[in-house]
Design a protein around this ligand. Structure first.
Ligand code: BES
Ligand code: ZN
Ligand code: ZN
Length: 476
């Protein structure tokens, strides 16, 4: 869908539908009927033609004092679903919202483009179905085109990321993800290295190799670099890329296994973020690392009880083959630290189911040693409404993942039953000894089992990309 900008007036405009935002308890818009109070998330459709507009859709934004960008995003998420239901190919929006016009335009665009996303690849299309071609934003003030084109870049990349996570595990394989990374590198002139299985053996990434052993798709590790400001220090972002998490020999039961194609969401966020930062030409240097494996059960699978040596040299007692994310991340984080000495490592991972016990589906857990970066990351989360909240990482937790017959265990603390989300981070922190680390657990936020009113779809949410993009925008 194309987002166009126009200074046309509603009186002279020709469109199949004009969307008009209205507020609660304020002087009603001339087209506003009595029963339309302007409550948040309420739509009112009129088939009466108004000048050159064939239909009019009023959208309630609630009370002025409660209004923020998130309300606008959510309301326009509803609007776009209505436009689709009406089978319109084109519509227009009057940007008359009491906030800076650029903010209103950005938020409406996000609501529209992110709310329009549907995973339709495997669904038979009805003949009469039409795509929405164009949305025209009617603005009146200063030029807002640069902000809008940046917002469009971000939204398109969120939708690409959602598409990757929703795709079948047997399509979105380690090879396919590596190919996507190579495409991103080629189109943006980025440095890339994909370590194939044999090279991972040479490097000594035995944890990645162990997790990948049970799969017919060999493990890989993508390292992609965006250098937007050559002289400055580098940041590293590391994403968990388990293309399917069966649990391995510690097989997941029915009720838990069905959504495990989502387990590469962290890797997808890393690639989509690098792509976005490059397309926005941010003055910043980032290394993106994605360890890619499929955690499968079979005669070649790694086994509970065995011990493996990591890239960093520390040995790990595998107490559960289902705590595989921390294993592949441990090698990738240690690699990032050793080769690049980044000023900050952020890892993003669908690491624990326990994260949903703590925060439900609304907030991503943030844990680690990169204290100076937590406030900016928190603020970025508030701004784009991909919120993060810190959980503590005290020494006691780091002690809990020490093992008897190896240096570390991948369960720890009451066999993984206590403080699961913190313990995941505690394990990872043993592999970032010099660089500060922030671990983001999106185990509860990367995937939704229901559609709530707004712009976040059911299944893959795309969480992480807008958060990291906003964070890095302010770090340059
Ligand atoms: N990929 C899962 C975590 C997960 C669960 C993500 C549900 C999204 C939704 C991870 O590899 C895992 O299995 N974690 C275990 C850890 C436990 C064995 C310590 C878990 O959360 O049960
Ligand atoms: Zn697992
Ligand atoms: Zn997993």
């Amino acid at each position: 869908m194309k987002i166009s900008l126009s200074k046309a007036r509603i009186e002279t405009l020709k469109t199949s539908l004009i969307v008009i935002p209205i507020l609660e308890e304020e002087k009603p818009h001339p087209l506003q009927k009595k029963d339309m109070k302007g409550e948040f998330n309420k739509l009112y459709l009129s088939y009466d033609r108004y000048k050159g507009s064939e239909k009019v859709l009023l959208v309630g934004l609630g009370k002025r004092k409660d209004l923020d960008k998130e309300k606008v995003r959510k309301a326009f998420g509803l609007v776009i679903k209505k436009v689709r239901e009406l089978q319109l190919e084109e519509f227009s929006v009057l940007l008359k919202i009491p906030m800076p016009e650029q903010d209103a335009a950005n938020a409406a665009t996000e609501g529209i483009l992110l709310g329009a996303y549907e995973f339709t690849k495997y669904k038979t299309r009805k003949k009469e179905e039409k795509d929405i071609r164009e949305c025209t934003l009617l603005y009146s003030g200063k030029d807002i085109s640069k902000g809008i084109s940046e917002t469009v870049i971000v939204c398109e990349n969120v939708n690409m990321l959602r598409e990757m996570v929703n795709e079948n595990a047997d399509e979105m394989t380690t090879e396919k993800i590596a190919a996507i990374a190579k495409d991103i590198a080629k189109n943006n002139n980025l440095k890339i290295k994909v370590f194939e299985k044999e090279e991972l053996e040479k490097l000594g990434c035995h944890l990645i190799l162990a997790v990948g052993r049970g799969s017919r798709y060999p493990p890989r590790m993508v390292v992609i670099e965006y250098n937007g400001s050559p002289k400055q220090e580098k940041y590293a972002i590391v994403g968990k890329g388990i293309t399917f998490d069966s649990g391995g020999i510690n097989l997941k039961p029915t009720g838990y296994i069905e959504t495990m194609k989502q387990d590469m969401a962290g890797a997808a966020v890393v690639l989509a973020t690098i792509k976005t930062l490059a397309e926005l030409h941010l003055k910043i240097n980032i290394i993106g690392i994605a360890p890619l494996c499929e955690n499968m059960i079979g005669p070649f699978s790694y086994k509970p009880g065995d011990i493996y040596k990591s890239f960093a040299g520390k040995s790990v007692h595998i107490e559960s083959t289902d705590a595989e994310g921390r294993l592949v991340l441990a090698d990738a984080i240690a690699y990032a630290e050793k080769i690049y000495k980044p000023k900050l490592i952020i890892d993003i991972a669908t690491l624990t189911g326990a994260s949903s016990v703590v925060f439900g589906e609304y907030i991503t857990a943030m844990i680690g040693t990169g204290k100076n970066f937590m406030k900016p990351l928190f603020d970025a989360g508030e701004k784009v409404c991909e919120r993060v909240w810190e959980l503590p990482l005290y020494e006691e937790y780091k002690e809990e993942v020490k093992a008897e017959i190896a240096d570390l265990t991948n369960l720890g603390y009451k066999q993984g039953r206590y403080a699961g989300t913190i313990i995941g981070a505690a394990f990872l922190s043993h592999f970032a000894e010099k660089s500060p680390l922030i671990h983001l657990d999106i185990g509860n936020t990367a995937w939704r089992d229901r559609q709530l009113p707004g712009y976040i779809p059911k299944n893959a949410t795309g969480v992480g990309l807008r958060l990291l993009t906003e964070f890095f925008r302010n770090q340059k």
